[in-house]
Design a protein around this ligand. Sequence first.
Ligand code: BJ8
Length: 422
Amino acid sequence: MGKDYSTLWKEIGLDLEKHDGLLNVLSDAYKNIYLSQKNRPEGMKYFDFVISEVHGLRIEELYEAKKMKRKIVGTFCVYVPEEIVLAVDGIFVGLCAGAEVGFDEAERYVPRNTCALIKAFMGFKLSGLCPYIQLTDIVVGETTCDGKKKAYEIFDEIIKKMYVMEIPNMKNEKGRELWLSEVEKFKDKMEKLSDKEITLDALKNAVKIVSEKRKALQRLNKLRSYDPSPISGLDALLVNQISFYDDPIRFTSKVNELCDELEERVKKGIGVFPKGTTRILIAGSPFAIPNWKLHYIVENSAAVVVGEESCVGTRNYRTLVDEDFTTVDEAIEKIAERYLTIDCACFTPNNERIENINKMFEEQRANGVIHYSLQFCTPYMMEAYKVEKAFNYPYMRIETDYSMEDIGQLKTRIEAFIESIK
Ligand code: BJ8
């Protein structure tokens, strides 16, 4: 980071000493994992810059936006409709965290055997290390897995600004009605928070912005289906992780620039790994930033990751809102419909996820699937059984967390799996 942001960090209540330590660790990890990669596309320079300024320039932007009375809305799940936040000129930021930070503090509130994603978002806040959460006007949770919904009750005692959307368990008629009413309530909440009425034009514009972002991510995903893959899985994962933080219009244009370059690479047959490298699809729990562990292991084991069937991946952008609406109510219905196409394992039954994995396996021309669950993530750990049973392709299942302790063991298992595919 070029500029000194310590005054800003202090003002928003970060623990400066611990925060310096965190940035040093992150910067070293980034150098080792990302900057050491060979043959990266030029277009990744923008995303390297974003990471170098993840607690700097972007935080300054949010801080300035707040001064202009724009609302900052923090979220933990891809079910929260970004379009509605944008329609009140709000800023949408993902708060999920992917590092083992503040776990001792978090374990004073939640059991030790809680998934790392939950402990990390609590830990970042409790140890005064997350500038995003400090800037939020509201934090929106959802009733997905049990761990999250109970953690939100506790989290609200700490941050006092939680709002929770009720997600149905089933996608039947009753579930759909419930969800639509929740999206309507969320619209009311955003209007009240921002003191702005949501208009048809504002919704049309918001839907366009978010759909353009999703289309750019779809385009990037498609380019990974070529052999050789023009971009590493690590880099593609990073772009997906940044999609939750960056300004959506700027982000979309940078992803499209990157894709232009990747298309040229495809035409010339340029890849990051040699043609014929074993291609792995990863399916399962989300990869919150800076969780790069699994991709790093796979791509240092003579394979390339060609897709993430994950919320930091296709679950976030697979489907678009139908733009054919002429009233605000119709727009809200279309938005609600689109979000219910997301196939999170917290739904039952959730057969479409199995179909989607199968389709993705074919489209990305994968050679094997690694089903990845965070430890104690019951929905994905349970669903791994059905995924395994449904198909007849090379498949392995792993359960891990954010610690580095099992890296050696995972590497041995993953190398053996990749070898078996060859
Ligand atoms: S739509 S995956 S973002 S809920 S990893 S906290 S599920 S125990 S994050 Fe998720 Fe929305 Fe579903 Fe996606 Fe619970 Fe599992 Fe932890 Fe999870």
